[in-house]
Design a protein around this ligand. Structure first.
Ligand code: SF4
Length: 373
């Protein structure tokens, strides 16, 4: 499986926690120019690249006007054979949806929407600097269903400062009550330099402690599982086999191209990231230059280590023989005594030939992965 990611570097406003590359409308001279340059980049993709999944993210793809969105989809369709694409996702911000825009998306082949709700708690949404409130998020979700989308993910953020444990559970209850096909439940990350991180460092915002965060995580996990969601990846839950195939492709070490500023690619053992600068990206595209500077070549061993921790993100873990066949390395040789000692510490679990994180290790997976590497 291979995937295509498109980065739309536009947001109506900057959320206080976000460090993704994006510009606000007053900072962009011409969206049309970006769309032309995106088309150039798409045309330059290798002729044997035929993705199984497409994911339009950002930024906020739905901050584009219907006409701009249509142009982007037409450029994608000129380069990609959409009849071979099994999943075509677009991210959506509830504050930017209109029936007209959703119709353009449906007509252009988008068959999955990931809606960035983040919380149904208005105070939390304000703290995050979102452009929408809870009511708009719920209206936006129904708009997606009315437009005919039958594969919808709701993004939630856990451990937002100020939310009590019952507020956290209430978010999960409201999300599950809407019956989306998929729920992503990510931890709030304090990225360096964001306004939220500065507010935390000044003591203006107080995050919940680790124990409270862990309790929230396991409480929500249990609730969503009881509500019929399969917990298939550390932060992701799905119903009816609707795991996000594009993200599963990343987690399984698949190859992909990213187009647009700040997007990343991994193709034939090489990795490269486009520059995070719209003007520079446009100039390079118009002058037929590469949109990235450095190419990283991972050694086979580095790639194997990375594959090992990515595969462990999936809650059913991986088959040790399959890992060896795919990576060329035995997991036990790669990690020395690490695996055995983690099994003793109840962080890893081996059943037959499968190795997975224990439920206790899910919340501290980053520490486990750091140890294994
Ligand atoms: S809408 Fe999304 S990409 Fe844009 S600033 Fe907010 S979190 Fe970041």
């Amino acid at each position: 499986m291979t995937g295509l990611y498109i980065h739309v570097p536009l947001c109506e406003k900057r959320c206080r926690y976000c460090d993704f590359y994006k510009l606000t409308p007053d900072e962009i001279d011409s969206m049309d120019l970006y769309l032309q340059c995106l088309e150039i980049e798409l045309r330059r993709l290798p002729s044997d690249f035929a993705p199984d999944t497409v994911f339009i993210g950002g930024g906020t793809p739905t901050a584009l006007t219907p006409d701009e969105y249509r142009k982007m989809l037409e450029s994608i369709e000129r380069r990609i054979n959409l009849s071979q694409v099994i999943e075509f996702t677009s991210e959506a911000n509830p504050g930017t949806l209109t029936p007209e825009k959703l119709q353009v998306m449906r007509d252009g082949g988008v068959n999955r929407i990931s809606i960035g709700v983040q919380s149904f708690n208005d105070r939390a949404l304000q703290l995050l600097g979102r452009i929408h409130d809870a009511e708009t998020a719920i209206t936006g979700y129904h708009m997606l269903r009315e437009a005919g989308f039958d594969n919808v993910n709701v993004d939630l953020i856990q451990s937002i400062p100020g939310m009590k444990p019952d507020d956290v559970l209430s978010d999960a209850e409201t999300a599950a009550g809407l019956q989306p096909d998929h729920i992503s439940y990510y931890n709030l990350i304090y990225e360096p330099g964001t306004p939220l991180t500065k507010a935390r460092d000044q003591g203006l915002v107080v995050p919940p402690g680790d124990d409270e965060e862990a309790d929230n995580y396991y409480r929500v996990k249990m609730f969503l599982e009881e509500a019929g969601y399969l917990h298939y990846e550390i932060s992701n839950f799905s119903k009816d086999q609707k795991a996000c195939r594009h993200n599963v492709l990343y987690w399984q070490g698949g190859e992909y191209f990213g187009c647009g500023p700040s997007s990343h690619s991994h193709w034939r053992g090489k990795r490269f990231g486009n520059i995070a600068d719209l003007k520079g990206y446009n100039e390079r595209m118009l002058k037929d230059r590469k949109p990235f500077d450095d190419v990283e070549y991972l050694s086979k061993e580095e790639k194997a280590r990375e594959t090992l921790v990515m595969w462990l993100r999936m809650t059913d873990g991986f088959d040790l023989d399959e890992f060896e066949k795919t990576s060329g390395f035995s997991a036990y040789d790669l990690c020395g005594d690490g695996i055995e000692s983690m099994i003793e510490e109840n962080l890893l679990q081996r059943s037959g030939n499968r190795l997975r994180l224990t439920p206790d290790a899910l919340f501290i997976s980053n520490a486990v992965f750091a140890e294994l590497l």
